[in-house]
Design a protein around this ligand. Structure first.
Ligand SMILES: [Zn+2]
Length: 182
């Protein structure tokens, strides 16, 4: 079985790159899970984000990607200003090169080393989300859930990674608490 064929086991996918990197950690029946425990999992993650043709799923890329994940976790889940230095340290490994192509002006990311590419792109994506709508960068409201999402709902009222999973769990425990009291 090639890496490409390995299925993505995560409960939540398709969030913006920065949050999708955080979503490589999740909780299944009370047990913490981690997609990025090795280069096989990294290959799955790179494939899920269309990065597998540009970057190798090797040990150095894994190390740097995990560095970015730690930094983003601190920045997203920490108090205001926390994690900024760590995210900035990841960003120091790349830059935007302004280009002019036959199709017109463009921007191209360049990296110290390709193994910093996915880490840098995730950190850069976080900056994009901060510019777009920082208050819409959310962690699932269920206390036992560690998933993150960018709320694109019109009213900005999304609370759960998934209504079917965490939304219902919360409803069920509220119901349980009510019937126990009654
Ligand atoms: Zn959740």
């Amino acid at each position: 079985m090639s890496d490409r064929d390995r299925r993505d086991p995560r409960p939540l996918t398709g969030e913006p790159l920065a949050l999708d990197l955080l979503n490589t950690r999740w909780v299944h029946e009370g047990a913490p899970q981690d997609l990025l425990t090795g280069t096989d999992g990294l290959a799955v993650w790179l494939g899920a984000n269309g990065l597998d043709d540009r970057f190798a799923a090797d040990a150095a890329t894994l190390r740097h990607t995990l560095r970015a994940r730690d930094a983003l976790r601190e920045a997203v889940d920490g108090a205001a200003g926390e994690g900024a230095e760590a995210v900035d340290a990841v960003l120091a490994h790349g830059r935007i090169r302004a280009t002019l192509t036959a199709d017109g002006p463009g921007e191209r990311p360049e990296f110290d080393d390709a193994s910093w590419g996915p880490a840098w792109l995730a950190a850069r994506d976080y900056l994009r989300l901060l510019t777009l709508a920082p208050d819409r960068i959310r962690r699932c409201a269920h206390e036992a859930c560690v998933l993150h999402f960018f709320d694109t709902s019109r009213n900005g009222t999304r609370r759960w990674c998934s209504m079917a999973v965490c939304g219902n769990r919360a409803k069920a425990s509220r119901h349980y608490a009510r019937t126990k009291e009654g």
